[in-house]
Ligand binder design. Sequence first.
Ligand code: KIV
Length: 281
Amino acid sequence: MRIRVTKFQEMKQRGEPIASVTAYDYAMARVADAAGIPLILVGDSLGNVMLGYNSTVRVTMGDMLHHAKAVVRGTENALVAVDLPFMSYQVSEEEALRNAGRMLQEGGAQAVKLEGGLRTADTIERIVEAGIPVIGHIGLTPQSEHAFGGFRVQGTEVESARDLIEDALAVQEAGAFAVVIETVPSELGKLVTERLSIPTIGIGAGPHCDGQIQVLHDILGLSGRQPKHSKAYAKLQETITQAIASYAEEVRSGAFPTVEQGIPMDAGVLRELIDALSSEQ
Ligand code: KIV
């Protein structure tokens, strides 16, 4: 049974931490779902992780829908939220609503996430009013990397920290059921979490948030990078490289495939075939 948005409110009330990860394809979504992850995000970080772009700004609605469908097919229990990509919700509230709707209708997701606090509050409200669950995203919002002048810690000064709290409250007021807080000092993550009734899900926002989200390929050691806020729980890049190299070596040496991997032909059919072939010569 798929988890519903109300579950996350209950988890916050019980003080039960929410462990969330991204997933972008069927195979990884199945694994994350089987591991008991209640909230899987099809993040637009797929632009970097899966498509090799150096920015999420390049990611399109088409890209997001394609990956969302695969993740939904790979999950039975997790609630699947999908990022609205850059320029899919900034032009007008109508366009934002239509694109959010597509994520549920075509993508099969249960919720959408969009970046921005106060500046996107009206858009969030419009989407929520239409019955689409929304997760907000404040702090370092990667789609605005050009406006920020790069990836910087947010909320480090009194004024910007107050702005972040305002952003969080605006997102909550607009009806979002959770908010992602990215790359802010841990103490600020705590102050925001204490002031909200909806769950905060941190990524580089300290241990006091109601939940944590990580890019799956970072925690698996598969992205070729290790952001400060992340930790590798496996070294899959090394493991996979070794596995592929061993396979290639066995093909070259003739050790693979063996009889075990072969498909034997029925002895009668083989005899008949050989007789037929030799009579043709
Ligand atoms: O796109 C993404 O991966 C995100 C993060 C919050 C994990 O938005």
